[in-house]
Write a protein that binds this ligand. Structure first.
Ligand SMILES: *Cc1c(COP(=O)(O)O)cnc(C)c1O
Length: 380
């Protein structure tokens, strides 16, 4: 059996252990500490210095604390992209609110701005009140159509919480993903573009929001010498050890993006002539995906094979691939909630596959992956 090719792997730059060693040497083996402060500063600088960033234990925690601050209450509607990881939607339910799912448009595979407006109008008619927040996602690093989404959101005065968990370093019209909404979440889970082994951050627009996030994430402790609480808090801060990994990863973030983009370019070149294969692509120069995961769509009528046949052929060659996220409106736990769509995300799910895409993938690895597709194609 040939060596396993993984879908996505963490890749350490080399400096990570030094930051961790510093934490040990200074006995900052706790949540909070100089690495947490340093990591937040690094992220703030990277995103252009206008935003305030609070490092948290996960991207999911970031969405949760963002929604709390947008005033989401039990029974409220919160609008969420359907084609995404369940972590985008779960925090809506933590708060007892109701998700309203929106289909994707075919250009970026992200939230369809027309469906968004339709959903807002209909939900206002049905419930008599506006949805409390909108959660667009930048899937696999591809920026959503933020101009259109923000225009609708602003017109109805509904705040946006961007799920930029997969899109650190991606840009839309020259502006970083994660800086458009009132809030945005980032994730540093094991397989994301950078990792802290596990972690996330909430991108905030104001100092007050950042202070409140910190407060909520550290058990909502009032200013008093004893432990006093007037609000429900959470234990959501990032540890100083994990933040040390994050500081090291920030030094190689741009390299990681460059290599993921190269991987994407190579796949495209090798698969150019294979019939029935298309890629998730930047629709035009306004969109600059970090190309976190290269994802393809198989048109089975043209290709002669379908997504599952390809996935199994990869598996037989010890290559890990994965279908696109299964849309939330098709998930057993979420299928009873409203969905506004026209079949786009369903088709993407049926025919889409994520290919191995990480910085340590060699040219030979890429050729092995491509070889499986070409062989399947030539048999049909
Ligand atoms: C990874 C991810 C999250 C959640 O991040 P965690 O750090 O794993 O909690 C949220 N949304 C999307 C789209 C993700 O891919």
């Amino acid at each position: 059996m040939q060596q396993k090719i993984w879908l996505s792997l963490a890749h350490m730059g080399g400096q990570e252990q030094q930051f961790i060693q510093e934490a040990f040497d200074t006995n900052w083996v706790v949540p909070l500490g100089p690495n947490v402060d340093g990591f937040e500063k690094d992220l703030e600088g990277y995103l252009g210095g206008e935003k305030h960033i609070i490092a948290l234990s996960s991207g999911t925690a970031a969405i949760h604390l963002g929604l709390i601050q947008l005033g989401v209450q039990p029974g409220d509607d919160v609008i969420c992209q359907s084609l995404t990881f369940s972590a985008s939607a779960n925090p809506i339910k933590y708060l007892g609110a109701n998700p309203v799912f929106i289909d994707s448009e075919p250009d970026t595979w992200n939230m369809d701005p027309c469906m968004l407006e339709k959903a807002i109008n209909e939900r206002i008619q049905v419930t008599g009140k506006k949805p409390k927040a909108i959660i667009p996602v930048h899937l696999y690093g591809m920026p959503a159509k933020m101009d259109e989404i923000m225009e609708v959101a602003n017109r109805y005065e509904i705040p946006v919480l961007e799920d930029a968990a997969e899109a650190l370093g991606s840009k839309y019209k020259g502006q970083f993903c994660g800086t458009f909404g009132e809030f945005a979440c980032l994730s540093f889970n094991g397989n994301k573009i950078i990792t802290t082994s596990g972690g996330g951050a909430l991108v905030c627009s104001t100092q007050d929001e950042a202070d409140k996030t910190k407060f909520l994430a550290t058990q909502a402790r009032d200013k008093a010498p004893h432990y006093q609480h007037s609000e429900i808090g959470y234990n959501y801060r990032l540890s100083n050890i994990c933040a040390g990994i994050g500081r090291g990863q920030m030094l190689v973030l741009n390299d990681h993006i460059a290599t993921r983009r190269e991987v994407n370019t190579k796949y495209r070149k090798f698969l150019e002539k294979v019939p029935g294969i298309s890629f998730q692509s930047n629709p035009n120069a306004d969109f600059e995906s970090n190309m976190w995961l290269t994802s393809i769509i198989i048109d089975p009528k043209v290709a002669g094979f379908n997504r599952e046949e390809l996935r199994l052929a990869m598996e037989a060659q010890n290559i890990e691939t994965r279908p696109l996220w299964k849309p939330m409106h098709l998930q057993p736990i979420f299928e009873k909630y409203p969905f506004y769509g026209n079949g786009t995300s369903e088709k993407l799910f049926e025919n889409g596959l994520c290919l191995p895409s990480h910085p340590t993938l060699s040219d030979d690895d890429i050729k092995r992956v491509v070889g499986v597709i070409i062989e399947l194609s030539s048999k049909n």
